[in-house]
Design a protein around this ligand. Structure first.
Ligand SMILES: O=P(O)(O)OC[C@H]1O[C@H](OP(=O)(O)OP(=O)(O)O)[C@H](O)[C@@H]1O
Ligand SMILES: NC(=O)CC[C@H](N)C(=O)O
Ligand SMILES: [Mg+2]
Length: 508
């Protein structure tokens, strides 16, 4: 789940895009990039690293123009080399740069089609480069010297016909403006907002509304599944539904873990949804063990804090921050390798002994995927003298691979693989294991909405894939290609050495 942003402003966009990317950093920590456009020229800076490492003052000074897009990357396809950082660029037609959150499930077939039928060259193993080329090809086929919004929307309609998977996209077309669109199931989030300035209205599109908030944009609405929005260079906004068949089925994991709590996604207040997850967990505790002996509820920071606090309140049990998080270490789950993830948990979280000693503790996390965090945390709680250690997860067991933009390709790597809930508890060393039920989780997200939200991409929990194109052979293929062992490279191999040479003018 990368983070994307697109902006058409009345003054330079570089700082506002930078600010947006810093609050979308939780969606991708591996690479960052930005393209700005002035007149008929693009300016590109992208590299591996966090936002404030990639964009130094010297780069920012040269990212000129009042139109641009940005990206933070968490790879789900191809390699993690800097050459696959986004945005990607093609010079024809017009000059287009594109950034993508999600994952295409037919990228291999499309890549082949690009080569054989569309006579286009793809230079990396990134699915996003394929997506850009499909769009470029379809826009070129409109055959216009100066395309208008209708031509651009027509090309997006064609993209929806060819591309499968999860995709929220921002693109900038040289001299014309910024385009954004969302897949027909609305799997990955996309929202837009506006800001008034003395020079006129400015428009931003982003993965999460928090990006709008911090720069004073007012959220207008989510982009609908299949819908596209085009903002021309003067800031005029055009929207159109470009897909024939749509069905809102947002990724349930966004609400559990991926998104920031201060975002609103598909009209769902993520913070409130997580609070309700805590209440549901408390209800389940009371149902399973009405005479429970929990002394204290301790969250595993950061993401579970919101639900753990509400769970404690509902159970009338003390809530304590027993683990202190090192604020300088990023999210462990989205780190690229298991060795790094494993090491990071201990460096990131340190227990406070008095909160554990002699107590029956209920640890709460938002989710358990590989069990990297929970195993170590339970052990830490015991080392601190906890009498009993219980564990609750605000999401059901993660049992199935994700194919829409979360790098979880390999079911055998999940702690829940071939284990019942109580066996998972044993595997992480907990005395009692409590999981949220899937229906309860869905209810916590959908509660209180004006328009009913009934469908979700809940594939990681139930193995149902909303795009309808996923079979066992596909899952087997991505497992072989992207499991942790397949990704491990000998220490001596420098990713930069394998990267295709830079083809485009890039600000160094
Ligand atoms: O079972 P695992 O494979 O360990 O994955 C699940 C854990 O990873 C995430 O935390 P992360 O450190 O990424 O981010 P957070 O600080 O936002 O909680 C998530 O919140 C769980 O704690
Ligand atoms: N997490 C994502 O959204 C990844 C986008 C794209 N598939 C990539 O690997 O770069
Ligand atoms: Mg966590």
């Amino acid at each position: 789940m990368c983070g994307i942003v697109g902006l058409v402003a009345k003054s330079l966009v570089n700082q506002t895009i930078f600010d947006a990317l810093t609050v979308l950093q939780h969606r991708g920590q591996d690479a960052a990039g930005m393209v700005t456009c002035e007149g008929n020229r693009f300016f590109l800076r992208k590299d591996n690293g966090l936002v404030n490492e990639v964009f130094r003052t010297r780069h920012m000074k040269r990212l000129v123009g009042h139109v641009g897009i940005g990206h933070v990357r968490y790879p789900t396809a191809g390699s993690s080399s800097a050459a696959e950082a986004q945005p990607f660029y093609v010079n024809s037609p017009y000059g287009i740069a594109l950034a993508h959150n999600g994952n295409l499930t037919n990228a291999d077939e499309l890549g082949e089609e690009m080569f054989r039928a569309d006579l286009r060259h793809i230079n990396t193993t990134s699915d996003s480069e394929v997506l850009l080329n499909v769009f470029a090809h379809e826009l070129q086929r409109q055959g216009k010297l100066t395309p208008d919004a209708d031509d651009i929307f027509e090309a997006v309609s064609k993209v929806h016909k060819r591309v499968k998977g999860g995709y929220a996209v921002v693109a900038v077309i040289t001299g014309y403006g910024v385009l954004a669109f969302r897949d027909p199931n609305g799997i990955r989030p996309l929202v837009y907002g506006t800001r008034s300035t003395p020079e006129g209205e400015e428009c931003m599109v982003a993965s999460e509304s928090v990006a709008l908030d911090i720069s004073g944009f007012t959220r207008v609405r989510d982009i609908e599944p299949g819908e596209a929005i085009f903002i021309d260079m003067d800031g005029n906004v055009f929207t159109r539904q470009c897909a024939e068949k749509t069905n809102l089925a947002p990724c349930l994991f966004e609400f559990v873990y991926l998104a920031r709590p201060d975002s609103i996604i598909d009209n769902v207040n993520v913070h409130q949804a997580r609070m309700r997850m805590g209440v549901k967990l408390a209800e389940k505790v009371l149902k399973e063990r009405p005479d429970h002996d929990i002394d204290v509820i301790i969250p595993i920071p950061d993401t579970s804090r919101t639900s753990a606090l509400e769970m404690a309140k509902h159970l009338n049990v003390t809530f304590r921050e027993g683990f202190i998080k090192n604020r300088y270490i990023g999210r462990t789950f989205i780190m690229p390798g298991q060795t790094q993830r494993k090491k990071s948990v201990r460096r990131k979280l340190n227990p406070i002994e008095m909160e554990f000693k002699g107590k029956v503790v209920m640890l709460v996390d938002d989710s358990i995927v590989r069990g990297t965090t929970s195993k170590q945390i339970v052990q830490m709680a015991r080392d601190m003298g906890a009498r009993k250690v219980y564990f609750a997860s605000a999401a059901p067991p993660v049992r199935f691979p994700n194919v829409y933009g979360i790098d979880m390709p390999s079911p055998t790597e999940f702690i829940a693989h071939n284990r019942t809930e109580s066996e998972i508890g044993e595997a992480i060393g907990a005395d009692w294991m409590l999981y949220q039920d899937l229906n309860d989780l869905k209810e916590t997200v959908a509660e209180g909405l004006d328009i009913a939200l009934t469908d979700f991409d809940s594939s990681v929990f139930d193995g149902y894939y909303v795009t309808g194109d996923i079979d066992d052979a596909y899952l087997e293929r991505i497992d072989q290609k992207r499991n942790d062992a397949a990704k491990v490279k000998p220490e001596s191999v420098d990713h930069e050495d394998e990267a295709p040479a830079d083809l485009h003018t890039k600000i160094q």
